[in-house]
Design a protein around this ligand. Structure first.
Ligand SMILES: [Zn+2]
Length: 377
């Protein structure tokens, strides 16, 4: 709870690429340093909001529909560019649009704990330091429809990408027009969030995950695993597009690493592990890790751990790991696919449940010990 209060109350909202995000990174690096871990800061360039890439994608699609019908080539070009932008951004591997928009400094905090014996594997504990912003998209009254809404947006964007074909028939033009109406509504919601939303304190999302990773690192530094090298990774720019996680994955060979991500683990709800991640495109979480989590949920009922049967929240820092065919799992507290106080000004430290936070910490500890025994090998 000290880490949660430090980030949510003292630093406050930590918008991606902001000085507050950098301050949070510095404070957490200092905390890891103080327990004798040689924590470093790795810089990368990012942007402050997911409205940047998605505004460009939706804007291109809507603009195509506003052009006169005789501008066939330009309409087709804009439509295809929007669909291609969505596919590459959603694919989370090569993201030329995000790369072009990444102009502002952000950072990851990275610390390594060496095992007592020879290294047989690497486990990476992940969490993000930055925070999100409220807006109608995240209004508690509508938030349960967020996932289907974004999936619908993706489909609409792909449909209008078939402009050259659709433009040939009346029904095709109507389909493209309907798709673009959906995308125009999406664009309006992005704009509403930028203009009327407010940056949230991010106690649950994700000072809770940072607290768990910091505490786990402290415990593991004091009593290192036998054969597992542990890397603690606290990312920046998760909320604007998983940019810190992607910068980390591009910076080194993480083939075979096991990623355990902690995101929104302090809310008053059931602590869950993901089975699949992603929005329109979904990737399976690692079977070795989900097997250990399932066993913990059976054998350690006091952890209150359960699988997330369907989608929960949006994407996570582990999603780009899975997109690359890597091994990972996310821990997140939520019920019926909804995370309490998600991207809302009520995401304060008073609304973090210390008992749940402690359960997440114990679950993380048990996961690392099981990994170290070779249970996921
Ligand atoms: Zn988060």
């Amino acid at each position: 709870m000290a880490s949660v209060r430090l980030l949510a109350d003292d630093v406050g909202p930590r918008r991606p690429t902001s000085p507050a995000e950098a301050r949070a990174a510095d404070l957490m690096r200092g905390r890891l340093d103080s327990i004798g871990l040689d924590a470093g800061i790795e810089h990368f360039d990012g942007y402050p909001t997911f409205a940047a890439p998605f505004g460009a994608i939706l804007g291109a699609a809507v603009a195509a529909g506003l052009l006169p019908r005789r501008r066939t080539a330009l309409r087709s070009l804009l439509s295809a560019a929007a669909a291609a932008g969505l596919l590459t951004e959603g694919g989370l591997i090569r993201t030329p649009l995000s790369d072009a928009l990444s102009r502002r400094p952000s950072q990851n905090v990275v610390a390594t704990i060496e095992p007592a014996g020879p290294v047989r594997r690497t486990a990476c504990l992940m969490c993000h330091l930055d925070t999100s912003r409220s807006g109608l998209l995240f209004d508690p009254r509508f938030v349960r429809y967020l996932n289907p809404w974004l999936t619908g947006q993706s489909l609409a964007c792909l449909v209008q990408g078939g402009e050259p074909l659709l433009a040939r028939s009346g029904w095709g033009r109507r389909a493209a027009g309907t798709a673009r109406l959906v995308l125009a509504a999406g664009l309006a919601l992005l704009l509403e969030r930028e203009l009327r939303g407010e940056d949230v304190p991010g106690a649950n999302d994700n000072a809770s995950g940072v607290a768990v990773v910091a505490e786990l690192a402290l415990e593991l530094a004091a009593s290192p695993p036998e054969h597992t090298r542990v890397v603690a990774l606290m990312t920046g720019c998760e909320e604007s597009g998983l940019l810190g996680a992607q910068a980390f994955l591009r910076s080194r060979d993480t083939n075979g690493w096991l990623f355990l991500n902690f995101d929104n683990v302090g809310g008053p709800a059931t602590l869950r592990y993901t089975l699949k991640e992603g929005l329109a495109i979904k990737w399976e979480c690692d079977p070795g890790l989900t097997r250990i989590a399932a066993r913990l949920s059976r054998e350690r009922p006091e952890l209150g751990l359960a699988a997330s049967p369907g989608p929960i929240g949006l994407t996570y820092d582990v999603t780009p790991v899975l997109a690359r065919g890597g091994r990972g799992i996310t821990f997140v507290a939520g019920d019926d696919g909804v995370i309490p106080n998600y991207h809302w000004p009520t995401d304060t430290s008073d609304n973090v449940d210390p008992a749940n936070l402690s359960r997440a910490l114990r679950a993380g500890h048990a996961m690392v010990r099981a990994i170290d025994r070779g249970d996921a090998d």
